[in-house]
Design a protein around this ligand. Sequence first.
Ligand code: PLP
Length: 315
Amino acid sequence: MTQFLPVLPPVDERHVDRRRYPQGTAFMDGQYLPMSEAKISVLDWGFLHSDATYDTVHVWNGKFFRLDLHLDRFFGGIERLRMKLPFDREKVTSILNNCVALSGHRSAYVEMICTRGSSPTFSRDPREAENRFIAFAVPFGSVANKEQLERGLHVAISETVRIPPNSVDPAIKNYHWLDLVKGLLDAYDMGAETALILDTNGHIAEGPGFNVFIVKDGSLRTPAFGVLPGVTRRTVFDLCAQIGLSATASDITRAEIKGADEVFITSTAGGIMPVTRIDDTAISDGRVGSVTRRLMHLYWQKHDDLAWSAAVSYE
Ligand code: PLP
């Protein structure tokens, strides 16, 4: 009997459409690779069960911003998940530096990931998996584009509830994003540009990849419960301490956020980004407020301060 074999394109064309990948460099399994070639096994627990932790730091004008804080959070997460890396902090720093240097980017989004990995026997016991470290540097990206940064984002509050902290510890930066993605799709349905979702008590929690702050009568507040302790959030606290503004973490209701004088979101992907509309409500006069502008300015200024940043070695 004649066997009809389908005519398949060569492996490269089937699995690697280079145009679909951002220009950048990855590190995995001991090698530096173009982004299009950095792939993991479908049997990795990171892929199958979101059993992974990660962190993202950015490089701006050739300098890492607050890399130490990102490394603290990354190594803290690895320990809490009972994973092990074959690299210490110094080696991870040098791998991240090399990814940026090889990519050539002066401004980059740099991710470090530790997955549970997979076990050679496909065992169901997570202790038998060999943990995997991956890093990559791609061009810098932002939650808000230039126009949105100038006029402020339109955010919708979704009814979706963030996964509770006693299920998944938000201090371990993770890929449990089904709630955040649902929130984002709800926001698009409502004609907004991004979303905020709720904590288990119905208060404002965070959004897909960012924390949120309100400014009321000159004081700042950000949710305390069930959110990732963001490095940009921490940076806002540090900036406020330097310029004598009060900033605290406590519950924020929907009425409070809509009645705020100013609202902004914070993320390594974009920094401090203004919000001028929530659902159908304009925040204050609907324009970016002066506290937000001042903090945005200081935030970017600190990227040149060597107490807050570290130069990439492009040698
Ligand atoms: N909240 C969530 C769920 C995030 O994924 C992120 C960043 O990816 C943030 C907040 C902001 O954290 P950072 O300021 O450290 O980027």
